[in-house]
Design a protein around this ligand. Structure first.
Ligand SMILES: [Zn+2]
Length: 312
């Protein structure tokens, strides 16, 4: 049996595991990232995990790393990380791990790894031309073609969150205005609810308490008018963006990940129904839109697949 050590570095936790060449997780663990200790401490922590796990592997094929932030695909170094991971920008992850452990190393960002994970072992198995979109506090995206990430000229393809929906719309964290992310992320959902509560609309949701996406879905289930209206609007926004993606990339499958995938197939079917209405029939015929299946394991499984696939 050949194994891969896979590590998924997030702002809060590091998930890791040993994954065999068939994609089965043999064992896994989780430790706090403690990002406040800085980039070097984080890199030391990653190396310690590899060192600790190496004893549990039979034949080590390589190391796969999924990381938050923007990863330079060719060099496997961090192009940019936000303040969630201070000191992480510029970290040559692949270089350091290759030199120290002398095995192939695959490094990619978290959304690309999640997409590869779903392609290998999850919702997109046996499918090609796949899109993954994560709807969370922001919007992430990835494009998979023949088991490979499509990177584009600068390694940044799939940045769907910043497609423009409104030329003079809401200002985005990226500096542009009217970005998809400002209308279709869970942050946007919460903002739309709070705006209407602040205008005095009646709802079982309380404007004086921090509201989560989950609260809004709960309120909808209880027949709350405001929650129902806003979720309907939100589904429309999500579908607008998906229709642009469908017409430009003609995917076979769109996997929806992020917090919203917890709402399950029923909710994703509502998005699918709306999206189908917005695309030309020839694009809609074989289009599948599904929730992600691998949840928290998608990152490690996808990072392992990057190693398995070879050519790194
Ligand atoms: Zn933007």
């Amino acid at each position: 049996m050949a194994d891969i050590i896979a590590i998924d570095i997030g702002g809060t936790n590091i998930k890791y595991g040993i994954i065999d060449h068939e994609g089965h997780i043999k064992n896994k663990g989780i430790v706090p990232t403690e990002a406040y200790n800085g980039g070097q401490a984080l890199m030391d922590k990653v190396q310690n995990i590899v060192k600790q796990e190496i004893d549990h592997t039979s034949h080590l094929l390589g190391i796969g790393v999924s990381s938050a932030g923007q990863i330079e695909p060719k060099t496997g170094s961090v192009r940019f990380a936000t303040d969630n991971l201070p000191g992480w920008t510029g970290m040559p992850i692949k270089d350091i791990l290759t030199k120290r452990f002398n095995v192939p190393v695959y490094v990619d960002n978290d959304v690309n790894c999640a997409a590869l994970g779903e392609f290998w072992q999850g919702a997109a198995q046996h499918r090609d031309d796949i899109i993954m979109i994560t709807l969370g506090t922001g919007i992430g995206g990835a494009i998979v073609k023949e088991g490979r990430i499509f990177y584009g000229a600068d390694g940044a393809a799939g940045e769907f969150g910043h497609m423009m929906l409104y030329p003079d719309g809401i200002r985005c964290t990226c500096g542009l205005t009217g970005c998809y992310e400002q209308y279709a992320s869970t942050n946007a959902l919460i903002r739309m609810v709070t705006d209407r509560l602040n205008k005095g609309e009646a709802s079982i949701l309380d404007e004086n308490v921090a509201i989560s996406g989950k609260d809004i879905f709960e309120a909808e289930k209880h027949g709350d008018r405001l929650a129902m209206d806003v979720i309907n609007d939100w589904i429309t926004y999500i579908s607008w963006g998906l229709s642009i993606i469908v017409h430009s990339l003609n995917p076979s499958t769109i996997i929806i990940g992020g917090g919203v995938s917890a709402q399950g197939k029923e909710f994703i079917d509502r998005i699918k129904k709306k999206t189908i209405q917005l695309v030309m029939p020839s694009f809609a015929e074989h289009l599948s839109i599904k929730p992600a299946e691998l949840s928290n394991d998608a990152g490690i499984i996808g990072a392992a697949y990057g190693v398995m696939r070879g050519d790194i």
